[in-house]
Design a protein around this ligand. Structure first.
Ligand code: APR
Ligand code: ZN
Ligand code: ZN
Length: 361
């Protein structure tokens, strides 16, 4: 039987978000209903509210979530009621060209739940990133649920559903950071800090954090940065080269999403070094580079999609590493809030005051 629960809705472009009663249907074939325990507030939720991602209002916001599977639909065998899970953006098919070539994060046939959650008047909701987890319960495709060790706190587990996974994955999956490497991370918000934590996990010997805000550099140190550079006061490229014996870093991770910082990353890489773009640019952004500098320095320029993660492989592994004390995920939770405080959390995020506000249910 369909259930009525509370959820945070973005009703229209630039309108404040509000808590409303939503209707969650019983899971159909291949679907699961999850009792949400925690869900982080991400920039993407704010972009939905601002109309920057789609016009498909009203949205049910929230997508960095963990919780317990309440019920599953016909044919679901990968998860069962009672499982503690982290939600991911989309289930992959396992059969398309990308999946078969071992790159499921580029799957052509991803899917979310088929049925729609609605408002009580029947208005269909668009769940943010196919999740919609600023809600007591949400409906997803069962393939969006990944079981992890239930002894981890939900507020920490949920972080892996988006920004923190994007950052860690940019370092360990896309950048292939290895033991002894030097890494520079430009932009130390949630994503950049996660790239720093991921680099430390991978055994990087030198981790250079670059930001224009000294507060961010302090947090970056707690997550594993061995050196910091304020790029408002210093030339980022010069500083990174100086800190790496004049060469540049083996891996440079751009976690801002702007042409000027990507250019810094490009020139701060060592000969044959790797540049990883994880910051998301806007459609109008362009960057001109002398082709000879691409050629002459060698190496590779890569972009990282959702940290090139495979949830079923990466989520349980990273939770285990956290439980062993090797990945300080709790550092990312600045504050825990209630469902009706999401609008305020957007304000604080906008001012750069928090790494993550996490709604706890
Ligand atoms: N140089 C260096 N750092 C900068 C610059 C700059 N020119 N401009 C901004 N920053 C820093 C900010 O001070 C902040 O610490 O970049 C950081 C951005 O962090 P957040 O705004 O918290 O964003 P975050 O959630 O980390 O995401 C970063 O990755 O996945 C993408 O869409 C996401 O594009 C965004 C990026
Ligand atoms: Zn596929
Ligand atoms: Zn997100």
């Amino acid at each position: 039987m369909a259930q009525e629960v509370r959820g945070v809705i973005a009703p229209g472009k630039d309108e404040p978000v509000r808590v409303e009663t939503i209707v969650v249907p019983d899971p159909g074939p291949g679907e699961a209903v999850v009792q949400v325990q925690a869900c982080g507030v991400c920039h993407t939720d704010l972009h939905y509210k601002q109309g920057g991602i789609s016009d498909d209002f009203p949205f049910l916001l929230g997508h960095e979530a963990a919780g317990v599977v309440e019920s599953v639909g016909e044919g679901v065998t990968d998860v069962a009621p009672g499982d503690f899970v982290i939600l991911n953006w989309r289930a992959v098919c396992g059969q398309c060209r990308a999946c078969l070539r071992g790159r499921p994060w580029y799957c052509f046939n991803t899917h979310n739940a088929e049925q729609k959650m609605t408002l009580t008047d029947g208005t269909e909701l668009s769940p943010a990133l196919g999740i919609g987890a600023f809600a007591e319960k949400t409906l997803v495709a069962s393939g969006q649920c990944t079981k992890v060790d239930p002894s981890v706190s939900a507020q920490v587990a949920g972080l892996l559903g988006c920004g923190v996974m994007a950052g860690i994955g940019a370092a360990i999956n896309t950048g292939n950071v290895g033991r002894g490497d030097s890494v520079a991370v430009i932009g130390c918000g949630g994503v950049g800090d996660a790239a720093i934590a991921g680099s430390r996990l991978a055994g990087a010997a030198k981790i250079i954090a670059v930001d224009i805000d000294d507060r961010k550099l302090e947090t970056a140190k707690r997550l594993g940065a061995t050196h910091t550079v304020n790029s408002k006061a210093n030339d980022a490229v010069e500083a990174i080269r100086e800190l790496t014996g004049g060469f540049g870093a083996d891996v440079v991770i751009e976690a801002v999403g702007r042409p000027e910082t990507y250019k810094q990353a490009f020139y701060a890489r060592d000969l044959a070094g790797t540049v990883v773009l994880v910051g998301v640019p806007t459609p109008e952004m362009k960057l001109e580079l002398p082709l000879l500098d691409v050629f002459g320095r060698g190496g590779s320029l890569k972009s990282s999609w959702y940290g090139d993660c495979l949830p079923s492989r990466d989520f349980p592994m990273l939770i285990d590493l956290h439980l062993q004390g090797r990945l300080p995920l709790d550092e990312f939770v600045t504050e825990t809030i209630r469902l009706d405080e999401v609008e305020k959390a957007f304000e604080r995020m906008h001012h750069g005051d928090v790494l993550r506000s996490v709604v706890v249910l």
